[in-house]
Ligand binder design. Structure first.
Ligand SMILES: Nc1ncnc2c1ncn2[C@@H]1O[C@H](COP(=O)(O)OP(=O)(O)O)[C@@H](O)[C@H]1O
Ligand SMILES: [Mg+2]
Length: 250
C-alpha cells in the first residue's frame, strides 16, 4: 500500500468529522470518495495531505509513518492535494504560476540565481501546461482564466510538483456534466500515464463509476461502504444515502 491510514480521527470541538477511519490506497490505484455534504471527505484529505493533524490514529506512506509531519515535508514526499477553491497568484501568468509550483519547496531563490535550475523548472512548467491543455493561456494572468480553465490550472499546479499520490478535492466543481466528464477523463489519462495513485472526491456518480478502480462511501465521519464500482452501484444502503439526501448533495 502506498497510503495506509489506521483509525484516523479528527474532532472539531464536539463534532467528530473523521471517526476511526481505516483507509488504504494501493500504488497506481484510482480511488474515489463519495458521500453527502459534511461526511468528512475534505477533512480526511486534509489529514492525509498533512493540512490538519489527526486527534487519533496514524498514517503511513510506503510503510513509513507520516502522521502529523509538516505539510511541506509531506508534499516533498510526493503527496499533493488540490483544494476545493482555487489557489494561485491571480496577477501572475499561467506559466509563471506553474513554474512556481514546479520548484522544489524552499528553492525559490535558485529560480532567479541558477540559470540551469530555472531552465529545468520552466521546462517542467511547459510540460504541465500542455498536459492540462492550457497552452493558449500560457501568458494570460491566472485571474483572466474562465472557471473551467482555473480548475485545469489547479490540476496543473498539483502535477507540477511531480506527485506520487494526487488528492483531488472536487476538481470539477462548477463544471457542466459534459465538462466534468472531459476533465475526469483527462485526470484518468494522466494518472495512467504517470502511474499516479489518485484519491478523488467527486459528486458526479457517472464519472466516479467510469474512472475509479474502487469507491469509498463516507457518511457522518465514517466509512459506510467500500468496493468496486459494481459493488457500490448495487449497494442498497448507498442508494438510500444518495436517494434520501439528494444526489446533488455531495
Ligand atoms: N475547520 C473546521 N472547523 C470546524 N468544523 C469543521 C472544520 N472543517 C470541517 N468541519 C466540519 O466537519 C464536518 C466534515 O466536513 P468536511 O470534511 O468538509 O465534509 P465534506 O468534505 O464531506 O463535505 C462538517 O460538519 C464540517 O462542518
Ligand atoms: Mg468537501
Amino acid at each position: 500500500m502506498i497510503i495506509q491510514a489506521e483509525k484516523l480521527t479528527k474532532k472539531f470541538g464536539g463534532l467528530t468529522a473523521v471517526n476511526q477511519v481505516d483507509f488504504s490506497l494501493a500504488a497506481g490505484e484510482f480511488k474515489s470518495i463519495i458521500g453527502p455534504n459534511g461526511a468528512g471527505k475534505t477533512t480526511l484529505f486534509n489529514l492525509i495531505a498533512g493540512a490538519e493533524s489527526p486527534d487519533g490514529g496514524r498514517i503511513l506512506f510506503q510503510g513509513e509513518e507520516i502522521t502529523s509531519l509538516p505539510q511541506e515535508r509531506i508534499v516533498r514526499k510526493g503527496i499533493v492535494k488540490t483544494y476545493q477553491t482555487s489557489q494561485f497568484f491571480p496577477s501572475l501568468s499561467v506559466l509563471q504560476n506553474l513554474s512556481i509550483a514546479a520548484q522544489p519547496p524552499g528553492s525559490w531563490r535558485l529560480l532567479w540565481t541558477g540559470k540551469g535550475f530555472a531552465q529545468k523548472t520552466l521546462t517542467q512548467a511547459n510540460t504541465v501546461l500542455k498536459q492540462v491543455g492550457l497552452e493558449n493561456a500560457a501568458d494570460s494572468p491566472a485571474e483572466a482564466l474562465s472557471h473551467g480553465e482555473r480548475r485545469y490550472l489547479d490540476l496543473g499546479l498539483a502535477l507540477a510538483t511531480q506527485p506520487k499520490v494526487l488528492l483531488l478535492d472536487e476538481p470539477t466543481a462548477g463544471m457542466s456534466p459534459a465538462e466534468t466528464r472531459q476533465a475526469a477523463r483527462l485526470i484518468k489519462h494522466l494518472a495512467q500515464e504517470f502511474s499516479l495513485s489518485v484519491i478523488l472526491v467527486e459528486h458526479d456518480m457517472d464519472v466516479v463509476m467510469e474512472v475509479s478502480d474502487r469507491v469509498l462511501v463516507m457518511n457522518e465521519g465514517r466509512i459506510f461502504a467500500e468496493g468496486s464500482q459494481q459493488e457500490i452501484r448495487r449497494n442498497s444502503d448507498v442508494q438510500r444515502i444518495y436517494l434520501g439526501k439528494g444526489r446533488a448533495a455531495c
